[in-house]
Design a protein around this ligand. Structure first.
Ligand SMILES: Cc1cc2nc3c(=O)[nH]c(=O)nc-3n(C[C@H](O)[C@H](O)[C@H](O)COP(=O)(O)O)c2cc1C
Length: 220
């Protein structure tokens, strides 16, 4: 079982988000998963330039590592999105990455995969950021197994840390269980499948301009 974690912190795995992510991934590794971490601090992803190449030809026109990361996600069984809370949302690095996933969203291309989302903050507002990332998970077609977020208590430290880390490791193990048993999350189907239908309709309307996505939906 292969899991890819995308960490949007500019501090990479050395930061507070990286510390919480480590525990989630330790839980997944205990369950036998092979884990790969992509730190956007080391693999910077440039902003989308709205050229529509992802919709027209299926490959991004920007020369960076996005396509490599995309291939890793497509090949994985599950993935993790992790970001610090930056002004009620994800970091700019993570937002650039999410924008570049627009083609994946138009094709809900990660259907059948599972994900968890991880967040840390200075002083709270965790749920808002986690909910946003869960929405991205569903928009690329995947099911969200759960989330974990916490304010920090200093660099790489948390209040009630042992309980938080146990919860994080349990979430990593749960992610693997869901992959193994192909668990359904019917409560997510309303939003997830409505988004899928919206994308299918959008591509049918724009098919003349977006031949790659038109062919994709025609052959699905
Ligand atoms: C630019 C910036 C914006 C931030 N905005 C918020 C915020 O809105 N709310 C909050 O609670 N913490 C905020 N923080 C604090 C970080 O979310 C927090 O320190 C986080 O744990 C850092 O994770 P990292 O070490 O992985 O980068 C902000 C930090 C920075 C640098």
């Amino acid at each position: 079982m292969k899991i890819v974690a995308i960490n949007g912190s500019p501090r990479g795995m050395g930061g507070t988000t990286g510390r919480l992510l480590e525990e989630v991934l330790a839980g997944a590794a205990e369950s036998g998963a092979e884990v790969e971490i992509v730190s956007l601090s080391e693999t910077p992803i440039k902003p989308c330039v709205a050229c529509d190449a992802c919709h027209r030809v299926g490959i991004c026109s920007i020369k960076d590592e996005y396509e490599t990361i995309k291939d890793k996600l497509v090949a994985a069984d599950a993935f993790v999105f992790a970001s610090p809370n930056y002004i009620f949302s994800v970091t700019a690095q993570m937002k650039c990455f999410f924008d570049r996933c627009n083609g994946l969203a138009h094709r809900t291309a990660l259907e059948g995969k599972y994900a968890v989302v991880v967040e840390t903050s200075g002083g709270g507002g965790d749920e808002e950021v986690l909910t946003y990332m869960q929405r991205i998970v569903n928009s690329v077609g995947a099911q969200c197994v759960g989330s974990i977020g916490s304010p920090g208590a200093g660099p790489r430290m948390f209040p009630d840390q042992e309980a938080l880390f146990e919860k994080a490791r349990a979430l990593g193990r749960e992610l693997c269980l869901c992959v193994g048993e192909k668990r359904a999350f019917p409560e997510q189907d309303g939003g997830r499948l409505a988004f899928r239908a919206r994308m299918q309709y959008l591509v049918s309307m724009m098919g003349e301009y977006w031949p790659y996505e038109r062919e994709f939906w025609a052959n699905r």
